[in-house]
Design a binder for this molecule. Structure first.
Ligand code: FAD
Length: 311
């Protein structure tokens, strides 16, 4: 399906003449030129021409339909832990699902129902407290349920797709759709939900005593933290792990751990992460990613696939 408002097939800025006041009649709080850097982990990048935190699905639907009518690109930002915003900003609408309806977490027997804007760590904790096992391996992964489903977040011990039974989405034309079974497709750090707006999901889990799960989650938390840079917040994961290896080991083998461009550098202790300094530009990060990727390609003949999404 080709949709002019699709995240990954955006109309060019020229095709979306941002009419001043084009959302005014909707009666919603839409801001203009919203800086996006503060909504991302890397803390860099330009502004969104339009920005909205809709209070509920009704308000979100109005925004989505108006963007569709105007052929204006629309993107959802979750925790901002996996996006790199261009210095020029984003010439379209960015929405953030922070309203209570989007962040709800509910236990229903052996299932967890979670909103697309709910923080993954809150969902994991709720499951463990309810004596439901399966998600504790995801503790320590930053971001929201929406971001985790789009990128099938996970690690060595499994990923979120193993537990997903149903996902409620809004299509790019503003229609509600409930997807399950063969409608859902997941692979390593990928899902077929990337052309939707994820409103909520149902995760099916198994019962186990909460005390056992709490201990397991604490152990997992310590392991996950050891795999991440500590003491710095402005970091992002650069590449996906290729089959049978890890991006970190390949970057180390290719002697790319010390690479730096401008104010962006590889975290030498955790080589698959980039860290930015305050004056860093998006171009610094982009050039660094390309430098590391070509070093690995030239020395090891492996083409690493970027994990971080560039907007
Ligand atoms: C320190 C650190 C450690 C990390 N460790 C891991 C790890 O172990 N495993 C792993 O898989 N990843 C890891 N990541 C990457 C990142 O945390 C995950 O990809 C995470 O799931 C992204 O979620 P987010 O809410 O921050 O998404 P964002 O970065 O905000 O967005 C990512 C994508 O999801 C889309 N999106 C977000 N919400 C929605 C929604 N409701 N509907 C539709 N689309 C949506 C965005 O449009 C964008 O395309 C790590 C990142 C960091 C910085």
């Amino acid at each position: 399906m080709t949709d002019p408002t699709s995240q990954h097939g955006d109309a060019s800025p020229d095709s979306s003449p941002a009419l001043p006041g084009c959302f005014d009649d909707l009666g919603l709080a839409v801001s203009t030129d919203e800086p996006l850097a503060c909504h991302t982990w890397l803390g860099i990048g330009g502004a969104a021409r339009f920005f909205c935190e809709p209070v509920d699905v009704g308000a979100l639907t109005k925004i989505v339909r108006r963007c569709h009518q105007l052929s204006m690109p629309l993107r959802v930002i979750g925790g901002g832990s996996n996006v790199l915003i261009d210095s020029a900003g984003f010439d379209g609408m960015v929405v953030r699902l922070t309203g209570p309806e989007f962040c709800e977490i509910r236990v229903d027997g052996s299932a967890i129902l979670a909103g697309g804007g709910a923080k993954l760590v809150h969902v994991v904790t709720a499951a463990v407290q309810a004596g439901l096992t399966g998600l504790e391996t995801l503790v320590g992964i930053p971001g929201t349920i929406g971001g985790a489903l789009v990128g099938n977040a996970g690690g060595r011990a499994g990923d979120i797709s193993q537990h997903v039974r149903e996902v409620t989405v809004l299509t790019r034309t503003g229609e509600l759709d409930v997807r399950s079974g063969s409608d859902l497709s997941f692979a390593s750090r990928w899902s077929n939900l990337d052309d939707t707006i994820i409103l909520s999901c149902r995760l099916e889990l198994e019962e186990e005593p909460a005390e056992t799960l709490t201990k397991r989650m604490q152990k997992q938390w310590i392991m996950e933290r050891a795999d991440q840079p500590s003491g710095v917040r402005t970091v992002a994961m650069m590449f996906k792990d290729p089959p049978g290896s890890t991006a970190e080991s390949l970057i180390s083998q290719a002697a790319a751990k010390e690479c730096a461009v401008g104010n962006a550098a590889v975290v030498s202790s955790h080589a698959n992460f980039v860290v930015t300094k305050p004056q860093c530009s998006s171009d610094d990060v982009r050039s660094l990613l390309e430098q590391v990727r070509s070093r690995v390609r030239d020395r090891l003949s492996v083409d690493l696939e970027p994990q971080i999404e560039v907007w």
